[in-house]
Design a protein around this ligand. Structure first.
Ligand code: MN
Length: 134
C-alpha cells in the first residue's frame, strides 16, 4: 500500500527523478507541475505527504503551503520542501511557513527514500517490490 504522496514540482527532470525513485520503492505518487493544481489535488486526495518545490512560477511553495495549512482536513498532511537554497534564512522561512522539513536539491538518489520516509510513520512505508532495498 504505502503512503499517498503528492509531488508538486515545476522542473520536469526533478519530477521524473522523484517519480522514478518513489515508484522503484513501491509508492504510487501523484505528480503535478504547478502550485494551483497541487492545492486542488491535495484537497481532493488528502495525501499523507506533499513534496513541494519552493521556486515555481505563479503559486510558489510558500503560497501552496499556506493554502494547504488553511484546510482543516489536511492538518495531518506532512509538507516537505524540495529546495536548492537551504541556507539559514530559507530554513527559518520554511519552518515558519508550516513546512515539516526540507530535502535539499540536487536530489541524492542514494539518500532520497530515507529522507522521504523520515516524514512517514513506518506503517505507511511502501512494501518495496525489489529485494535490493538499501
Ligand atoms: Mn522550481
Amino acid at each position: 500500500m504505502g503512503a499517498r504522496i503528492l509531488v508538486i514540482e515545476d522542473n520536469p527532470a526533478n519530477r521524473m527523478l522523484v517519480d522514478y525513485l518513489l515508484r522503484a520503492q513501491g509508492y504510487e505518487p501523484l505528480l503535478v507541475d504547478n502550485g494551483a493544481d497541487g492545492v486542488a489535488l491535495a484537497s481532493e486526495h488528502r495525501p499523507d505527504l506533499i513534496l513541494l518545490d519552493i521556486r515555481m512560477p505563479g503559486m510558489d511553495g510558500y503560497a501552496v503551503a499556506a493554502a494547504v495549512r488553511e484546510q482543516a482536513e489536511l492538518r495531518s498532511t506532512k509538507i516537505v520542501a524540495l529546495t536548492a537554497s537551504a541556507m539559514l534564512g530559507d530554513r527559518e522561512r520554511i519552518a515558519a511557513a508550516g513546512f515539516d522539513g526540507y530535502i535539499q536539491k540536487p536530489i541524492d538518489p542514494e539518500r532520497f527514500l530515507s529522507q522521504v520516509e523520515a516524514y512517514l510513520p513506518v506503517w505507511e512505508h511502501a512494501i518495496q517490490p525489489k529485494a535490493e532495498r538499501r
